[in-house]
Design a protein around this ligand. Sequence first.
Ligand SMILES: Cc1cc2nc3c(=O)[nH]c(=O)nc-3n(C[C@H](O)[C@H](O)[C@H](O)COP(=O)(O)OP(=O)(O)OC[C@H]3O[C@@H](n4cnc5c(N)ncnc54)[C@H](O)[C@@H]3O)c2cc1C
Length: 343
Amino acid sequence: MEKPSHILRENVPLAPLTTMGLGGPARYLAECTSLDEMRTCLTWAAAEGLSVQVLGGGSNVLFADAGYSGVVLKVGLSGVVFNGETVEVAAGEDWDGFVQCCVERGLAGVECLSGIPGSVGATPIQNVGAYGQEVKDTIVEVRALDRQTLEEIAFAPAECGFAYRQSRFKGADRDRFIVTSVTYRLDVSGQPQIRYPELRRHVDDECPTLAAVRDAVLGLRRGKSMVIDPQDPNSRSVGSFFLNPVIDEEAFAALKDRYPNVPSFPDSAGVKVPAAWLVEQAGFHKGLQRGGAGISERHALALVNRGGTTREVLALAGEIRDAVEQTFGIRLEREPVLVEGHY
Ligand SMILES: Cc1cc2nc3c(=O)[nH]c(=O)nc-3n(C[C@H](O)[C@H](O)[C@H](O)COP(=O)(O)OP(=O)(O)OC[C@H]3O[C@@H](n4cnc5c(N)ncnc54)[C@H](O)[C@@H]3O)c2cc1C
């Protein structure tokens, strides 16, 4: 098969394609703006024996310093189709641009997810969530290309395996599907639902508009450097580096005996403990620096690139993980996807 030169570039630096700004070059980068281009790219890569890594907005991914020896397939599908209360959005659309559009049209259901970087197609991957909302609450269909058969398949929400920052696309079926579009069902009444106490405190009105909720969320997020801002060095991150661990009632009771002030949230699988609290109690404070890696000055869970390398960030993450485990007996799980170099 002939090399599809019209979609491929060679030896492309990956760091500028990520919010962390880390990672070496991709041997090939394929920017695919149609399903046909994706199929061509996958077929050619298979024939060449090259691995393929899917990339959206690069806000939840860490590439190795050596780079990637296969093909990085950047999803560039575009298009948004509103149809009453449902809207089908192509995977390559910018997530926050879509949220803004919903707010402007008076459609409720995603306003608390304002300011989250990345693409629409990545939102089902880890069931993106913030301030009491998760995309699983509004998703009615996920369409995806099966990388083996090259067929496009439609998944109902019950088939997606959604859980806290998890889905089948990140779990059992990791790297099997490329999400091509997501359909959301929104609330045409335009009534925002505020479930999160911190957000409630920041919204003045008893019955706020969607725009007021969006502004409050963006304000809260900016205060924590959780909105990408090229002027803000604390936002050179992947957001939260660790998931909030969920432990069983017995383990939580033992933890509470030792640390009566431990914060917690109820969870269907047990008790959720804020990872940021564990990290700080284990001795890692905001603003800490280790070489070219550090912890954000504004959020203990955000590891930031301070001119360093992926290796340095992973070393700091490992140090934090070990200290939390030694102190509390709880092993933190990494949230971003680590893409090994294959070199
Ligand atoms: C400052 C900051 C704040 C953040 N805050 C939040 C938050 O509040 N809540 C939250 O949940 N997350 C948050 N995140 C994490 C991140 O923004 C989300 O996970 C986002 O959905 C990632 O989108 P992306 O397009 O950048 O994905 P990428 O980083 O490009 O990819 C992440 C993973 O998804 C896969 N992927 C991407 N697109 C597709 C596709 N179309 N089909 C199949 N696989 C795909 C990639 O292969 C990779 O494994 C934050 C990140 C940053 C930098």
